[in-house]
Design a binder for this molecule. Structure first.
Ligand code: PMP
Ligand code: GLN
Length: 383
């Protein structure tokens, strides 16, 4: 293994899901729903396979039906208009969109300012591109994690090429507010930076609405927006994601993407095109269901003695284990299956500064209510 990747090891999601399977624990670690998305969309996928839609290599940029549906969706929810031919690119999940964007836009030695804790693939992809990450740490403040925009500004140097953002934010559940988004946009324009923004949880904002960074003044031309069907439609195994950006940026990302997977998920692309056109009520019901689950799990975790940072978005809750007399989240998560049959994720692996998130642990609530109730009962017996 080369030096760029040697420090990354195995992803925490694989480790913790294997632990859950081995011990028969309730898996609140890796973020995937335990119920599939709408039956009508699953049927669309099987119809596509049976009628021969997408069974051979789909077009490089993605099937036209899906690119048009992505553009319609952004217009419907955000009033953003994108040309489906030049400004939309379909990828193998958001994961490939992140990798292709960073590989396409970074030169070796460039600096990338990224929010910390960060989704694990960000650090690995920055490293694969030969660039350096410069973390800006979200810190607990008044019961939630907040971005200090002065710290963000101070992190930018003449070598900074791009800002890598994620809102709603995994793992903290923070949603950047209007003032923070405006500060990011102002900084990007002032310092002439590109922004790659991961908005896979765009439909999981529990208070207020999601505001895409690309909709702010001066941002359309310099922002690569990433999203995915996995989270919004509860089909994480289909790996259908997409990028929206101006033609030059989409062309750049496509240059990298063509040599990563070339194309992927042919029949699923047709099904996701149908999913994006689901009525507003689908999106509202999905959000309401997860908001109720957030409240259930947040209440249970608080009752079990954790300090709970109530998420404004995503399907994750970050907690602090200090009130339970615990000091090390990784050791805690490794011992949890034996102690009470539940699996969670230690946030410390999402930090450069491992002490910053040492006592933070993340729990996924995209699970059936009975499963969450059982998990809460088990956590209540933790001593
Ligand atoms: N970004 C974030 C913030 C995520 O939480 C995830 C995991 N769903 C991804 C990207 C990867 O998305 P996908 O499964 O579509 O590759
Ligand atoms: N995004 C999911 C999470 O944060 C997991 C995806 C993965 O396993 N790489 O839990």
């Amino acid at each position: 293994l080369n030096r760029r990747l040697a420090s990354f090891g195995t992803t925490i999601f694989a480790e913790m899901s294997a632990l859950a399977a081995r011990t028969g624990s309730i898996n609140l670690g890796q973020g995937f729903p335990d119920t599939d998305g709408p039956a009508q969309i699953a049927e669309a996928a099987s119809r596509a396979v049976l009628t021969g839609l997408g069974n051979q290599y789909p077009p490089g940029p993605g099937v036209p039906e899906l690119r048009a549906a992505v553009a319609r969706h952004q217009e419907r929810f955000y009033g953003l208009s994108w040309d489906p031919d030049a400004e939309v690119l379909v990828t193998a999940g958001a994961t490939e969109a992140i990798a292709a964007s960073l590989l396409a836009l970074l030169e070796p030695g460039d600096e990338v300012v990224a929010l910390e804790p960060y989704y694990d693939s960000y650090a690995a992809c920055i490293a694969m591109a030969g660039a350096a990450r410069v973390p800006v740490t979200l810190r607990p403040h008044g019961g939630a994690f907040a971005l200090d925009v002065d710290e963000l500004r101070a992190a930018v140097t003449p070598r900074t090429r791009l800002l890598l953002l994620n809102s709603p934010h995994n793992p903290t559940g923070t949603v950047l507010g209007p003032a923070e988004l405006a500060a990011v946009a102002e900084l990007a324009v002032e310092r002439d930076l590109l922004v790659v923004t991961d908005e896979v949880y765009e439909h999981l904002v529990f208070e207020g609405v999601h505001t895409p960074l690309a909709s702010l003044p001066g941002m359309r031309d310099r922002t690569v927006t990433i999203s995915s069907a996995g989270k919004t439609f509860s089909f994480t195994g289909w790996k259908v994601g997409w990028v929206t950006a101006v033609p030059e940026l989409v062309a750049a990302v496509r240059s990298a993407k063509q040599f990563l997977t070339f194309v992927s998920s042919g029949p699923f692309q047709y099904a996701v095109a149908e999913a994006l056109d689901l009525p507003d009520s689908y999106y509202a019901d999905f959000r309401a269901d997860l908001a109720a689950k957030r409240d259930l799990l947040a209440g249970g975790l608080a009752a079990a003695g954790f300090e709970v940072f109530r998420p404004q978005g995503t399907y994750f809750i970050t907690t602090d284990i200090t009130p339970l007399g615990e000091k090390d989240g990784l050791a805690f998560c490794r011992s949890l299956p034996e102690r009470c049959g539940v699996v969670a994720i230690p946030n410390q692996v999402f930090y450069d500064d491992r002490t910053a998130g040492a006592t933070h642990v993340r729990w996924a609530f995209c699970k059936r209510t009975v499963v969450l109730e059982e998990a809460v009962e088990r956590l209540g017996r933790l001593s």
